[in-house]
Design a protein around this ligand. Structure first.
Ligand SMILES: [Zn+2]
Ligand SMILES: [Zn+2]
Length: 414
């Protein structure tokens, strides 16, 4: 009996694992690889009309998981998107998942809101490929605007590539695989609108957006003040994005933004601090299941305090110096770090690496915990490198000694 259960689990895990790596190798295959929702996500099957039941009780539907009243999540392969409703039943889609999931996103919307329902808008936390995979298809079909922060526009209008992902960061198979993720920006300029500067969220009552750059230049999070519900995109995650095992098991735990795609750690640090200051009661991330209550707050506070030990990789292209960006895209990049792992070998070895990384990460976490305890009383603010992309709190704006020679800038200030 025990052996049979183990076999089932191992089959399930290897299926998910295989799906993850198919994803990175061949995007069109997404449509064939839709995961079935596990029973843990299908807490309650609603009866009656979807609007009457799902919204009133904020229950999960067959495909979604509950986040908070009038907020539902849908996992597309390994990335979440969210349906957020108003009391009158109108709604907005937050993010658009990975490519190949448009039909499932529509089906889930039908379940929650009724047949052929369409949102008032799509709003984006950021434009990474795993959050905008279906955005063009859905915006065209629903004929709705797509809202994003202006600093994210270059990567949504084909104007600029994102700063290249850093495959040299430590931390597991995901990082080593990152070099084959799509890097070309999409172009959805015909649907794109700027998020209102007053912080309101178009189509949603009671929500406002919060600027949380670092993981991407125009990253935003969404906050509902009334019950302190937070949708954080990738500003922080609620599972370890660097661990293939954690990706499969969905263990809830606050972590920093995904390493391989974060080009500005100073800003990322300030952003998680800003989110902690909102005292969220529930936080739903792009990666991992929602977290709430004391567990969320304590782990988030710990992340802010020990960010440079727990979230920032030890080595990597952007660890000491951020990518500099403006509203037209990349301005300058720190030099690439030599990745000693040959790329072909990295692909072949990724599966084996995942297992090894699991052990390494456990060991590293243990070391981090010890470090964290030792450093608890030091000011974590001192560890922050200066970021060109946002002004640090309490710092004079003229701190940059290379002000007269922007070509020669460096952030490795003593
Ligand atoms: Zn991202
Ligand atoms: Zn993501």
């Amino acid at each position: 009996m025990v052996i049979r259960v183990k076999l089932i689990n191992s089959q399930t895990n290897s299926k998910h694992f295989a799906q993850y790596f198919y994803l990175t190798l061949n995007q069109p295959i997404f449509a064939m690889l839709r995961t079935k929702k596990s029973d843990t996500n299908s807490l309650t099957l609603s009866k009656g009309t979807p609007m009457e039941t799902s919204q009133k009780h904020h229950a999960a539907t067959r495909q979604t998981f509950p986040v908070a009243p009038q907020v539902w999540g849908l996992k597309t392969l390994f990335v979440n998107l969210f349906y957020v409703a108003n009391p009158d039943g109108s709604w907005v889609l937050v993010d658009a998942g990975v490519n190949g999931y448009a039909q499932q996103i529509r089906d889930a919307a039908d379940e929650i809101f009724g047949e052929n329902s369409r949102p008032k808008a799509i709003v984006l936390t950021h434009g990474h490929f795993d959050h905008v995979g279906t955005v063009r298809e859905l915006a065209e079909m629903w004929q709705v605007p797509v809202y994003a922060h202006p600093m994210e526009f270059p990567y949504l209008t084909g104007q600029s590539n994102y700063p290249p992902p850093d495959s040299s960061v430590g931390g597991g198979a995901m990082a080593y695989m990152s070099f084959i993720y799509p890097k070309k920006p999409i172009d959805i300029h015909q649907f794109l609108e700027v998020l209102p500067p007053d912080g309101s969220v178009p189509g949603l009552e009671g929500w406002h957006w919060v600027y949380t750059p670092g993981h991407s230049p125009g990253h935003v999070s969404f906050f509902r003040e009334e019950d302190r519900v937070l949708i954080v995109g990738d500003a922080f995650t609620t599972r370890d994005a660097e661990s293939a095992i954690a990706v499969m098991t969905d263990k809830r735990e606050v972590h920093g933004p995904p390493n391989y795609y974060t080009p500005d750690w100073g800003s990322a640090h300030q952003s998680v601090e800003a989110l902690l200051n909102l005292s969220p009661k529930i936080a739903a991330s792009g990666h991992g299941m929602p977290m709430k209550g004391d567990e969320l707050l304590q782990q988030l506070e710990d992340l802010v305090k020990n960010f440079w030990v727990k979230a920032v990789p030890k080595y990597g292209r952007y660890v000491h110096e951020p990518a500099v960006t403006d509203e037209r895209g990349i301005v300058s990049l720190p030099p690439a770090v030599n990745n000693t792992v040959p790329k072909v070998l990295a692909v072949a070895g990724a599966v084996a690496l995942a297992g090894l990384c699991w052990m390494a990460i456990r060991k590293r976490n243990e070391t981090h915990r010890q470090h964290g305890q030792q450093r608890q009383y030091q000011s974590y603010r001192k560890e922050r490198p200066y970021s060109h992309n946002r002004v640090m709190t309490g710092m004079p704006p003229t701190i940059d000694p290379d002000h007269d020679n922007p070509e020669a800038h460096t952030n490795n200030y003593p």
